[in-house]
Ligand binder design. Sequence first.
Ligand code: SF4
Length: 333
Amino acid sequence: MSDRQLLDLLTSTGDLQQELFGQARSVRHQRFGDEIVLRGVLEISNICQKDCDYCAMRRSNNSLNRFRLDVETIMEVARGITEAGINTIFLQSGQDTRCDPVLDEVIPAIANDLGAEVLLNVGERSKETYERFAQLGARSFIMKYETSDAALYKDVTHGPLDRRLQCMRWIRDAGMKIGTGNIIGLPHQSIESLASDIRLAFEFKPDFVSAAPFIPNPGTPLQHQPLGDLNLTLNTMAVLRIGLKDALIPSVSALEYVRPGGQLMGLNAGANVMTINFTPQLYREHYRIYSKDRFIVTLNHAINTAKMANLAANPGVKFRTEAPDCESLTNNS
Ligand code: SF4
């Protein structure tokens, strides 16, 4: 695909956009049939050592109640996810290395005792830590590069992009599947920069890849930045589907936040994953990755959205959309 073609697809509207989405759906159909993958996410800590300008969980936000879940709570919720028939337990947190002893216990327990796939999104670690997580039974890990522009990455996350990319390579070398992705609508992000993001994904060939619209998060330095463009996000997803045919691509909850029905639009643009939120209610509202009012995806919402896209989402028969509430928030940072 030439640079010109890529830019034309990214900015497509009307008939050209519908043709792009149709091609993306056709690739998905050929590779995956008409079923989507369901993941169950549990947010295990909102404590973070990083200070990303777009995220309310950034370390300098002193007004957020912080929590870190213990082994028992994680295992109780993980059991609930498998009882709902979902076989991928997605553990997500801020970059909180004090979660590691907990992860060392829960990864083998989920993998061996529950027989479920462990997917992690817990941030940057050493090569040895990724190797240990893999040896303990973690099958996959999401590490988003957010943007391929090193200067922009540094501006908004205050860290080096190189470190992020190195972590991605370490994760793959450790034997885990790797997921990555970008944010659409960061300050001063050009269309050429977004095309470079896609090129980076094509080059890296991740197992999972996502595109998420930027959402201005109250109480953060970027709270007055406009919302990321929905069409640009959908076009990016469709181009990723066509270029990375076998990748799992989520229709992220941020799409639904940007516009009701946004996740259906994501499925219609070639996505094939939906992530159900099982974080206990008490903690959920403090996991302010993009907003305190973020859209919480339930199992019923995922199933209905898949149906509207003429796709099947097939968890087991025992539906349980809510995890039990847990006792209290901690303030351990
Ligand atoms: S985006 Fe992730 S790494 Fe950055 S501050 Fe938020 S939780 Fe931390």
